[in-house]
Design a binder for this molecule. Structure first.
Ligand SMILES: Nc1ncnc2c1ncn2[C@@H]1O[C@H](COP(=O)(O)OP(=O)(O)OP(=O)(O)O)[C@@H](O)[C@H]1O
Ligand SMILES: N[C@@H](CCO)C(=O)O
Length: 301
């Protein structure tokens, strides 16, 4: 067998309520790619979570890989890419960001670009349009990110998150582009002041590991949830059920339609079991925090 690179990328949740486009957290649900060189490009999907139809030129991983190769002016050889995924598409678990991060890593290793973590975060965030999911998939743990008007990306990455999460994944998709159309173009000053104060408290509470406070502010978003709630099946029902069964707080995961609860690690398994009884049509899972971010291993044939 020839040389094979295995790329593992965690999925992620974005926003956690009011941290809109800025707060991301890597979750222990993975996209995996096995990459070998061959004469022509080929993608083989080994999971029901990946697109059924595969047209190489339309594949997100292929498109981003070509874009990155062009940017760095390198010749990208054709690859066979075997893909495995635990991340359902268009559900708010960062599937597109993980695919973008995987494509950047593919070019990085095959063309020996020697990109560091900051460069991978900057590039993936630029392609995704915001740093929340992308930087979490690169770094692992909790990230708070913002891009300055000069294009510089600044990140704070905290790996110490000693709580667990549970995801409520409905059997419907919601494309991020659609969910973004529901948002207002502007916010009135007093409203924006409150919204950013809630976001500041969310971040401060997460960094202090005060999860009761973090959960409270996960449910206090003013930036996007009030405008997206109607797109999310069982939005209020899930928040209420989760609160009544011990969750610190529940928010839309990314652009939805998945909801995510923050909960004490010791309670998460019983919580998931209970929630699954109430919502049998959902896939409800415990999701622990990934602290490693994107990883590559090499096998020489
Ligand atoms: N592993 C993948 N391989 C190929 N295409 C993918 C892959 N993951 C995501 N995509 C593409 O990205 C689309 C989903 O992107 P979208 O931003 O709408 O959702 P998401 O990233 O899952 O959710 P969110 O950004 O809210 O967390 C899919 O419909 C597909 O076109
Ligand atoms: N912050 C993004 C995450 C999804 O890409 C949103 O809520 O639209």
């Amino acid at each position: 067998m020839s040389k094979m690179w295995s790329i593992s990328v965690p999925g992620s949740t974005a926003n956690l309520g009011p941290g809109f486009d800025s707060v991301g957290l890597a979750l222990g649900l993975y996209l995996k790619l096995d990459v070998t060189l061959q004469d022509e490009w080929q993608f083989v999907h080994h999971s029901s979570h990946l697109p059924v139809e595969i047209i190489v030129e339309d594949h997100l991983v292929y498109q981003v890989a070509q874009q990155v190769a062009q940017k760095f002016n390198v010749q990208l050889p054709a690859c066979k890419v075997d893909m495995y995924s635990e991340l359902p598409l268009a559900r708010g678990l960062g599937s597109s960001a993980s695919a973008i991060v995987a494509a950047i890593e593919l070019v990085n290793i095959v063309c020996d670009l020697q990109l560091d973590e900051q460069a991978k975060c900057a590039l993936s965030s630029e392609i995704e349009g915001h740093p929340d999911n992308a930087a979490a998939s690169v770094c692992g743990g909790l990230v708070i990110g913002a891009t300055l008007p000069n294009g510089e990306l600044h990140l704070v990455n905290e790996k110490q998150v000693d709580a667990a999460f549970a995801v409520f994944i409905p059997n419907v998709e919601l494309k991020t582009a659609e969910a973004r159309k529901a948002l207002p173009a502007t916010y009135e000053k007093g409203y924006a002041v409150h919204a950013s104060a809630y976001s500041n408290l969310l971040v401060a509470a997460l960094l202090k590991q005060d999860y009761a406070l973090a959960g409270q502010f996960m449910e206090a978003d003013l930036f996007h949830e009030p405008f997206r709630a109607h797109l999310i099946p069982n939005y209020e029902t899930i928040r209420t059920l989760a609160r009544d069964h011990g969750a610190f707080g529940t928010s839309i995961s990314g652009a939805g339609p998945t909801m995510i609860s923050l909960i004490d690690s010791s309670k998460v398994d019983a919580f998931v079991e209970k929630m699954q009884q109430y919502l049998p049509d959902y896939t409800i899972k415990a999701a622990h925090v990934d602290t490693q971010g994107v990883q590559v291993t090499v096998q020489n044939g």
